[in-house]
Design a protein around this ligand. Sequence first.
Ligand code: ATP
Ligand code: MG
Length: 416
Amino acid sequence: MEDKIELNSIKSYSNVHSNNENKNERRSMSLPFLIKLLLVCDDPQVESATQELLLPVKNLDLIIEKKVTFITEDFQVAVVVYTGDELQTISNLEKISNAGINILIVGDNLPQKLLRKSIQLSIKDIVPLSTAEVELVPAISEVASQLKTEVNLAPVVSIINGKGGSGASFIASSVGQIISNHSKDELVMIDADLQHGTLADSLNLQPDYYLDDALADIKELDATAIQSMMSKKENLSLLPVKAYSQINRLAHIDQNKISQLFSKVRANFKLLIADLSRGIDSLSIPILESSEHIMVVVQQNISSIREAKALVEQLHNIMGIAPEKISIIVNRYSTKFSTITPDDIKNTVGVESVFTISNDYQLASACTDLGKSIDELSEFKQLEKEFLIIAQQINASNIDILPKTKSLWSRLTGKS
Ligand SMILES: Nc1ncnc2c1ncn2[C@@H]1O[C@H](COP(=O)(O)OP(=O)(O)OP(=O)(O)O)[C@@H](O)[C@H]1O
Ligand SMILES: [Mg+2]
């Protein structure tokens, strides 16, 4: 009963606070994956105004040129500003179009010849200079969304906890292994723990290639390299961070490099699951921003629920993450030891979807210490069922989760 009174006070206190904070915060736009954008503009004033508009956009790598001579880099989008020089603008458009880059034009009163050329070159959009402040970023975002469907990037699922030790790594590794065991598709797990990740142990892998190495090789990294460098257990690959990276090389993470790496990794797998059990930091921010599902792990006690609520508010109010992307997993759930229900937690934290994972010390220890997956430990059917429900929810129809059928040989011998 006392717990319930405490939950209500958490709910009303933070509603007042988040309303006050909202007034002062401007959410910055984030593109669905890293877009390298070429801005071509010969007017210094328009150039700096456009730059000011684009700089806060996350996942945008901006290169500025006065005019186009050669295209030597891999741009996905170009914004060409028309400031009066029709011939030069047409020449810029032709060179960019020949390089297969999506083009947006910014400018007022475009001459007839330039308009015709734009149609011939299948320009994506023309944004008037007078309304560019409001319309340019959404126009770029629209092109980025179209590109995302063309390149078929794997959805990202992040498992994060408000409070340390809530079970995020155990859940991440169990969900990853369950999906891997029930599917033939390739999936990848990222252990983003900058202190000391545990996924390699729980997956029983000995990695010798780390996220730190991948970032150093980012330019040369192609599809084959990405798949072959990572340690692997059947169709499940792992990219961990080196232990104590926070005080070593990853202390000053280049967010653009991270986004670039994630786009490359996502283009080569069907699903990416990230263990973000250390909360929000410089590495987890770009992962959270590109996540389709964010699962916040919470336990059935007041301090865990309070921290989960604060985390969800940060994700929503500061990072601008849509509430429907966020779910709660109540871990170590038990009706014996607490009167707090999943519905109480859902209402207090302010999240619509909630899952439960039962408390099972024996199983969790066996998985963590022996590197076994839940369905290898066949006596734990209840937890397997609970993890399968989560797996179905997050698979985003990308992965076929097949019912696991035993082979004829296993049925004869009784071995799994
Ligand atoms: N459902 C569960 N039942 C019993 N024990 C559990 C359960 N889930 C996790 N544990 C245990 O709780 C401990 C912490 O789990 P885990 O390391 O996954 O938490 P975490 O949120 O990733 O922590 P950290 O903040 O250190 O990264 C582990 O010993 C794990 O075996
Ligand atoms: Mg962890």
